[in-house]
Design a protein around this ligand. Structure first.
Ligand code: HEC
Length: 130
């Protein structure tokens, strides 16, 4: 028992050295099935009515590229604070989250079992360039 606890502790330390700042949070990427298919479906509805008029998918692809390696939560906060440009912050939290799920899905990232949730671990999910 004691031995395995020590092993876990040194593994954590090792990961802390190699990985980013916090060795405790388990880092994921947008490629790890971090949103559900249901979120993609409702995100598409929001996207079509709130985002499509001003940006096309190519724009979001470029955005994901320029946000490569940043925490997904930062992009969520950025979009919530500034979009839609003609009425920032006007959507519900879930709608912003679902739109991100839809954008990720359209850029080839897989849906999974976990619901994307800005209050739960989204700071530990890294954006990848599509
Ligand atoms: C009325 C037009 C308009 C609407 C509607 C709109 N946007 Fe934007 N958006 C802009 C403008 C203008 C910019 C800043 C200039 C640019 O980068 O093209 C921008 C920038 C962005 C960026 C880049 C952020 C960055 O810093 O990299 C993202 C992501 C984005 N919008 C997402 C969305 C989403 C998601 C929606 C729907 C909820 C949305 N936009 C709706 C006009 C709009």
């Amino acid at each position: 028992m004691k031995k395995s606890a020590n092993l876990a502790a040194s593994l954590t330390m090792l990961l802390g050295l190699v990985g980013p700042q916090s060795g405790l949070s388990q880092d994921k990427t947008v490629d790890d099935g971090v949103f559900t298919a249901a979120q993609v479906a409702s995100g598409q509805t929001v996207y079509n009515s709130q985002c499509k008029t001003c940006h096309n998918m190519r724009f979001y692809r470029d955005t994901l590229r320029s946000w490569n390696n940043q925490p997904l939560l930062y992009l969520w906060e950025n979009i919530m604070g500034t979009m839609p440009a003609d009425n920032p912050g006007s959507l519900m939290f879930e709608e912003y989250t679902d739109v991100i799920a839809y954008i990720l899905s359209e850029n080839g990232f897989p849906a999974g079992e976990t619901t994307l949730d800005p209050d739960n671990g989204m700071d530990a999910i890294k954006i990848l360039a599509p």
